[in-house]
Design a binder for this molecule. Sequence first.
Ligand code: MOS
Length: 705
Amino acid sequence: MSVTAAGAVGAALDRVEGRAKVTGEARYAYEYRHDEVAYAVIVPSTIAKGAVRSVDATAALALPGVHEVLWHGNAPRLHEVSDGELEVFQSDRVAYRGQIVAAVVADSYETARQAERLVRVEYAPEPHDVLLRADHPDLYTPEKVNPNYPAVSTDGDFDDAFANAPVVVDCTYETPAEHNNPMEPHAALAVWHEDGGVTLYDSNQGVVNVKNTVARAFGLEPDQVRVISPHVGGGFGSKGTPRPHVIVAIMAAQALGRPVKLAVTRQQMFAVTGYRTPTIQRMRLGADRDGRLIAICHDAIVQSSTIREFAEQAAVPSRMMYAAPNRRTTHRLARLDVPTPSWMRAPGETPGMYALESAMDELAIACGIDPIELRVRNDPEVDPESGHPFSTRNLVACLREGAERFGWPARDPTPGVRWDGRWLVGTGVAASTYPARWRPSSARASYEPGERHTYVVQIAAADIGTGARTALTQIAADALEAPVEQVEVQIGDSSLPPAFLAGGSMGNSSWGAAVVKACRELRARRAEEGDETPLSVEVDTEDEVAAATAEPLSKHGFGAQFVEARVDVDTGEVRIPRALGVFAVGRVINPKTARSQLIGGMTMGIGMALHEESLIDLEFGDYLNHDLAGYHVPTNADIEDVEAVWLDEDDPHINPMGAKGIGEIGIVGTAAAVGNAIYHATGIRVRELPIGPSRLISALPRGNR
Ligand code: MOS
């Protein structure tokens, strides 16, 4: 699709790397070729807690083609590691089942896998504890929750206000552990060079982060490490920080003096590449009879491992979402013998808004008020937490627009009365929110007379399947006042100007701002120097980000999710024939890739509501259903009509593009909308996810269709 100059932003441009991807020309980490490459396979711990007493590699090393078995008894010491997950082979301790205790390196992958089974690991096991419980004796309040919020907030007097509220809701919601499962598993190819540097072809969400972490771990200067990741097949947060296999690949390559490839298998991903913590969330809402909130309390319980404190900020969205003079939020954490949880799409908001938006539905029913009207009545004038005005807050407009499009006004609120054969039918609504932030990044823009791509824009950004490369091409074209065909954007290489990672829905905001600045400066220089002079400018956005962050404004995207649910009363099967998301996310750079992000998030939310659940095995202490046969994500057959639309929203305070992040807001609120629709269909309120047949079947009515 051709786009005229200065009109690229807002156009539904096809992905610039689309052809390379569908023809197989686009290379992913494990596909890079290298002479003399060797293959590493990790040996996972078979105990959940204790020590590795010894590793007997004799039988493994006796196989032809096996070169090395690494473990804590022979591995080199790492320099500086701040993430306990990365301290691979640094001690005899085992912190969770599946943790890497050894690695086999061989000439072929097949040989390495065979040898992995011949490695004899002797353990000194200790009793383990892997179950999160609301009455766990070790629960504590962390100092901060992610990324840097106070763990507890209080305003007014919640206890007194709640005790005197005419209408109250007091419910506990539980969400299970969930695993990210990007289509491309984590993989790395490590190549050491004669000058003592290392090149890493790696699947990640940010090359700069990986480069700096690797440099510190191996005692290298940052510029001795180069990370190359032009194409990444999804991450959803699990590739936001380097994972232990990266350390293993680099160590193995060093030990062998050969390039080493290491792919984490799907099964191993359930232990070593992160997951969403299970949550137990008590919600208390107190309101007057016409639904005006008087008191909100959100108490979240989450887990972490013994080797790293990861404190998911599940109660944080309840601080800014609705007006109530008395509010309290708390987080408590248990450190268990489990893998360390990590980021999974909209960490914090996803489980937290499930609880809040389910409780709001329960409050609407308790007050006899339409759930949309309840949210409208409690829409705050200013951010209740900071007291700052919102830069833009169009939640009410999203709810109204969605109600209109979805056919909400005709809805009869009575639950459990709409039959279609043996199906009960209902609809539900929930709100979405996600912070709109950005971080300093740098970018270089160059002009070369006579080149096919007249302009080259370089930034160490990541496209994890989001369409970031395409969006940045559009942003650059407009800032240069050039057609998109003349602009080539280069990303995914740590030798490019350093930039923030693809996380927290901050990628495009952070990178786009740097690209705009570089391109505008280049255009100004070109005006002075004329067409014949090659030019290059490099900028960073430290000052701009500092100024934007200091503004006394609360900046968030908002949305409203509408879902229709059908429940088969004989089997408990739930179908979602319709889902509609209406979002207010500032300016949309590319409607085609934006829609994909939003409906992708909503689809993941439907998976969370109905399918996704990592089951911990109490006896052995690991996640049992550790593959896509046992861990269910939605297939095409599960997803019917899912649509996302957005309002025209102009927010000049967000960043130079006026665009709020869209990678995560799509999942926020979806699961609550599904649960609310299931309640409306059946009259059954399930407060534990996922809402599968086993949680519905015994409560469903019989024979009254
Ligand atoms: Mo996103 S879970 O912040 O990568």
